[in-house]
Design a protein around this ligand. Structure first.
Ligand code: UFG
Length: 337
């Protein structure tokens, strides 16, 4: 299949590109490199002539890319995903995550591309009313980032009914880990995610990690999250795009969680990082971070039912070890920011 991957030079996008190429698909990437990394595209195995530096808001460029290459399906990763920043600068999030996606959907309609896999998030659920969270959990985001993703889920649903768009909205829990061979990994600027922050302590780049809240109603008092390996996410995207393609005559609508179904606390993640790195990690107990629910764990049954996909890597130690392989070999990430 000929697939356009938006944001394919980013963390999750580059792992998906690698997986799609391994499965024999023809892949093109568009990325504006605002957060993505130029070196991630070749590192994922993408041929140089398949990379386009550009923005989704550039409608003529996107339309030409889709048309000239006979693109059949789109995987849409390009978005901003810093929860705190979305609170302080919501316009940036609505413009890019909503505006950029609507421009992409318009270009697809103009050219007749009718399949899309969309990166959604468990942040569309907001505060959990039950854990593990199934797909029919109420969707009530508590920050603009979550709202922007929910707006697009609604748009996809409406476009499906009105225009016959076939889509899969995949709601990720906490993406983590890195390709097992160490070729690509996680590099965010600024880094806000727990595992890379802890590994930066192991590398001597930070003095300590702060545990955001130790008085939560959880067994050890720290927050619990569902850390899903990025290669499992990539497998799920492959399963989703192949499922949409297999049902060409009847447009599909798929919405599912991508998580392991297993929760790990902040303290457990720190312990896993100590094990993986062989170093003692200094952890400082701090106050709660605003907007953090105590526990977010996926009910992954929907993805198994709808996509035949189940996370293979459910051991936090193995996930952290794969992240350490990347971070220890690339202490400054892609060194391009
Ligand atoms: N944490 C710390 N110290 C840190 C960083 C994080 O204790 O220095 C804790 C957080 O409080 C949280 C857990 O580690 O309990 C994981 O935090 P991350 O920032 O790594 O991830 P989040 O769960 O906040 O965010 C992730 C995705 C978002 C998505 C969100 C949904 O990164 O894109 O899940 O809630 F929106």
């Amino acid at each position: 299949m000929k697939i356009l991957v938006t944001g394919g030079a980013g963390y999750i996008g580059s792992h998906a590109v690698r997986r799609l190429l391994a499965a024999g698909h023809d892949v093109w990437v568009i990325d504006n490199l605002y957060l993505g990394h130029r070196a991630a595209a070749p590192a994922s195995g993408l041929p140089a002539d398949r990379f386009v530096e550009g923005d989704l808001a550039d409608r003529p460029l996107v339309e030409k890319l889709l048309k000239d290459n006979g693109i059949e399906s789109v995987m849409h990763f390009a978005a901003y995903a810093f929860v705190n920043e979305s609170v302080t600068d919501p316009a940036k999030y609505y413009q890019n995550n909503v505006g950029g996606t609507l421009a992409l959907l318009d270009a697809m309609r103009a050219v007749g591309v009718k399949q899309i896999v969309f990166s959604s998030t468990c942040a569309t659920y907001g505060n959990p009313v039950k854990v593990p969270m199934p797909e029919d959990h109420p969707q009530a985001p508590i920050n603009p980032y979550g709202f922007t993703k929910l707006v697009i889920e609604h748009a996809l649903h409406d476009y499906h009914h009105a225009y016959g768009l076939s889509y899969a909205a995949l709601r990720y829990f906490n993406a983590s880990g890195a390709a097992e061979d160490g070729s690509i990994g996680e590099d965010h600027q600024p880094e806000t995610h727990l595992i890379p922050i802890i590994l930066q302590v192991a590398l001597g780049q930070r003095e300590h990690v702060t545990i955001f809240g130790t008085d939560y109603p959880t067994p050890d008092g720290s927050c619990i999250r569902d850390y899903i390996h990025v290669d499992d996410l990539a497998d799920a995207h492959l399963a989703a795009i192949e499922k949409l393609a297999a049902s060409k005559s009847e447009p599909l609508e798929v919405r599912c969680n991508l998580g392991t179904g297993v929760g790990s606390s902040v303290r457990e993640v720190i312990a896993a990082c100590e094990k993986a790195t062989g170093k003692s990690i200094q952890a400082v107990e701090g106050p709660r971070r605003e907007g953090d629910p105590p526990e977010l764990v996926a009910d992954p049954a929907g993805a198994e039912r709808l996509l035949g996909w189940r996370a293979k890597r459910r051991d936090i130690n193995a996930t952290v070890a794969s992240a350490w392989k990347w971070h220890s070999a690339n202490p400054n990430g892609y060194s391009d920011k």
